[in-house]
Design a protein. Sequence first.
Length: 128
Amino acid sequence: MRLLSIVLKASVMVLMALGLATQVFAAVHHQHASLGAPVVVVGGLKFYAPWQGVQWARWWLPTHPWLFLWAGVAFGGALLFMGGVWIAAALGRFQQTPDKVEGALATGAELRKAKLLRKAGIVVGKQA
């Protein structure tokens, strides 16, 4: 079950990095018509499926590797960032530290010693 969780998280990370790289490639090349139809158009923004970047790489990477410079930087940077966050989380680096130490309620003896009890009730404040 743990292996499945790791594989699933790694797959999501690769898919997200691939999606970012695809969008960066499309943006750098001004959504050229040769990229094909986007999956979604919102306003004037065109969004391509993450796997379209793989297809573009199959078509043009062997002959025009420099076209993929920024997409490669985005892909590698996203993987490094997400991998670093994943490792830090696995090592417990994001555990919240308490602002103050939580304590237990005082015993009757401790309350009497601190002179916080009276016959009529508890002393809320006292003069020094």
